[in-house]
Design a binder for this molecule. Structure first.
Ligand code: WQD
Length: 340
């Protein structure tokens, strides 16, 4: 009997890619989403890729009764929790909205999942490390005080999970700290679909290339980095999704060594904004319209992962090159344009 994994926020960018990889690895998947931050484009794309329709439950994890019903309607062997708001800038403008949604949804989930000794995989972020000059960061690198309510909700949820596995017998937890997820599924049927003006770099690049945006602003070229622009660890979305499959297997196959484990999910390779733009132009054979602009408040100069622990304990390693990833991002943008 296949194990069943609940993917909360499973209709979103990362959730939909994880759903595909889980299903293709032989797991049954239940997708739950309130569609507050996405439409059904990616869910329909998942169905086309898989050739079947994973059960889809439209619900809000802030509604405790709905969470209880979900767990009584389905046999859930593990949960991957993506359902949260994730726009850094918006979180600064609307902190109560972010704390209420991101914390209450996770607390409801944990309360219900822990009743039967659940397996909970939390979608965390490298943002918890803040600004640091001790690079690459490992899981032992200190968390800096968050620079946004969004980042703070990630730290608080990590602590909630850490404390819950100590208190509730049988509950196990893994936090995956993502670096910068980019790209799209090779089928070009699912990908990043930000609402309105993209906050993140790669969707802004592809929308500029397709003509939806006039010009990319590179926020700051006076940083203390080789080319003056910020450095990040850009992780291909399919590589990232596969890390979740490895983490679920570790939980369900009883391989965990601690009740709560944390893993960096990154490539270990720093790439600057300018290097990414140049690589995008080269691999896709186009010229991008960009200009240098003032620094964006809240940006860290540089951050990239030491992914050794995930490589060793999860048996996972990033495999796709940044060129492959940028080609997939462009193919997805062109697919969206054809649909319009
Ligand atoms: C990357 C670099 C920008 C847009 C955030 C969150 C993280 C995760 C990913 C949700 C920075 C520069 C960007 C643009 C630019 N969020 N940039 N022009 O800020 O590293 O990480 O998004 O899951 O938790 O912290 O990602 O893509 O916004 O920025 O120059 O139009 O690109 O200044 O240096 P970031 P990003």
């Amino acid at each position: 009997m296949a194990k069943q994994v609940l993917v909360s926020g499973g209709a979103g960018f990362i959730g939909s890619h994880v759903t595909v990889e889980l299903a293709q690895a032989g797991y049954d998947v239940v997708v739950a989403d309130n569609f507050s931050n996405c439409d059904k484009t990616c869910y329909e794309g998942v169905c086309r890729i898989l050739g079947k329709r994973p059960p889809l439950v439209e619900m809000d994890f802030c509604d405790k009764a709905a969470v209880e019903k979900l767990f009584s309607d389905y046999q859930i062997d593990a949960v991957i929790h993506f359902a949260a708001f994730k726009a850094v800038g918006e979180s600064v403008a609307e902190p109560v909205k972010y704390y209420k949604n991101n914390l209450l949804s996770f607390l409801n989930l944990l309360e219900v999942a822990s009743v039967k000794g659940g397996n909970v995989l939390f979608s965390s972020s490298a943002t918890v490390y803040g600004e640091t000059d001790q690079l690459p960061v490992t899981e032992q690198s200190p968390r800096q005080s968050a620079t946004s309510p969004y980042g703070n909700t990630k730290q608080i949820c990590e602590d909630i999970l850490r404390d819950s596995v100590k208190a509730y017998l049988g509950l196990k937890g893994i936090a995956l700290r993502y670096f910068n997820p980019i790209g799209a599924h090779p089928s070009a049927l699912i990908g990043e679909l930000p609402r309105g003006v993209p906050n993140n770099l790669v969707p802004f690049i592809t929308q500029t290339a397709i003509g939806k945006r006039a010009c990319l602003s590179i926020f700051g070229n006076d940083y203390p980095t080789p080319d003056g622009t910020c450095q990040r660890d850009y992780i291909d979305i399919v590589d990232l999704a596969r890390a979740h499959v490895c983490a679920v297997a570790r939980m369900l196959d009883g391989k965990m060594e601690q009740a709560y484990e944390i893993y960096n999910v990154g490539t270990g390779r720093p790439v600057s904004v300018l290097e990414l733009v140049t690589a995008f132009e080269k691999v896709n054979g186009l010229k991008l319209n960009y200009k240098f602009a003032p620094r964006r408040p809240g940006d860290v100069t540089a951050i990239w992962a030491d992914p050794t622990l995930a490589n060793e304990k999860l048996g996972w390693k990033a495999t796709r090159t940044v060129e492959q990833t940028l080609a997939s991002a462009w193919a997805w943008e062109k697919h969206l344009a054809e649909k319009q």
